[in-house]
Design a protein around this ligand. Sequence first.
Ligand code: PMP
Ligand code: GLN
Length: 381
Amino acid sequence: MNPIFASLPTTIFETMSGLARQHDAVNLGQGFPDDPGPQDVRAKAADAVLNGWNQYPPMMGLPELREAAARHYAHWQGLDLDPAREVMVTSGATEALAGALMALIAPGEEVVLFQPLYDAYLPLVLRAGGVPRFVSLTPPHWRLDEAALAAAFSPRTRVVLFNNPHNPTGRVFDAQELELLARFCTRSGVILVSDEVWEHVVFDGARHISALSLPGMRERAVKIGSAGKIFGMTGWKVGVVCAAPEIMAALSRAHQFLTFTTPPALQSAVAYGLGKEDGWFDAMRAGLQRSRDRLAQGLAGLGLPTLACSGTYFLNMDLAALGAPIGDAAFCRELVERHGVATIPVSAFYAESPVTSVVRLCFAKQDSTLDEALGRLAAAS
Ligand code: PMP
Ligand code: GLN
């Protein structure tokens, strides 16, 4: 095979959403809500399209959005960001990730990654010339382990690419684990690229701790957020990147040559949305938590236990607890083809030594969608 193709595989989301369409399945695979998103934020975007500026906005993003993001993160995460020098708008978190890797690593430098990993990470690291070093998280607790971290770091480590809250495990890492990671980064002079797209989607009173607020990390962390996740409108590719000015100077150079900018109407609607009152964010979390519990209880009723989930849109079923004879990939294929429910095999998020007993389901759905999926699963069992 063309070696470039080998490093650019077909994503599991394309594969499973394709199978979902083919088999007319309830799609609990790819992570997206099935409601239209907040009406007022969409109305702002529509108004900006009709009555606003639709030519290139500034390369770094609309000042109103950069200022709104700085205020938002001061309020929610206690960060003190200079919107003029430390905040940049990208076309989704994915562009921010690609740009960060393009800007921060030279070919041959090592990047520490955590398995299971969000599926874009490895192709982006490889195409940037980085050498991946993996830290494996294992079910049921998926905890960060000091010995595994120590084994992955080397004098060639340049970047750690971290995700918290974590897709696909649903873990929100605790302060102790985050401080451990920060200690490794500061000790080795490494930059921590922290994908925090799920920062608002945390449950049971959990609080998101940004990498930028960890000891010693203000000058060496890159925080990445996504309006797609904050407002539950995943097609809105609006990312917000925050970093100290020296790192931001490198990131903005990469951004110039990737997308240069992001649709201005969406930017102004996101600026408006970030200023919503606390109650809106609390209600969004509470609604998702209810959906999580509805799906978890429904699955438990069918004898399908799930692992703990304290953030993201995802619940994981542990097939090991079922003594299921087949691996996750075969299980998911059978579920979509024979029973009309699409899910994601978590082994797809490993590059080496995969865990093959965990299946991810998206619960960010209306009750009727979750109930339909549960009904189909009940009929199958
Ligand atoms: N990072 C993680 C961990 C994600 O789960 C996702 C998508 N859900 C992204 C990045 C992509 O974000 P965006 O759509 O803003 O590019
Ligand atoms: N982030 C979404 C998920 O984890 C999917 C993103 C995509 O389809 N590329 O399900």
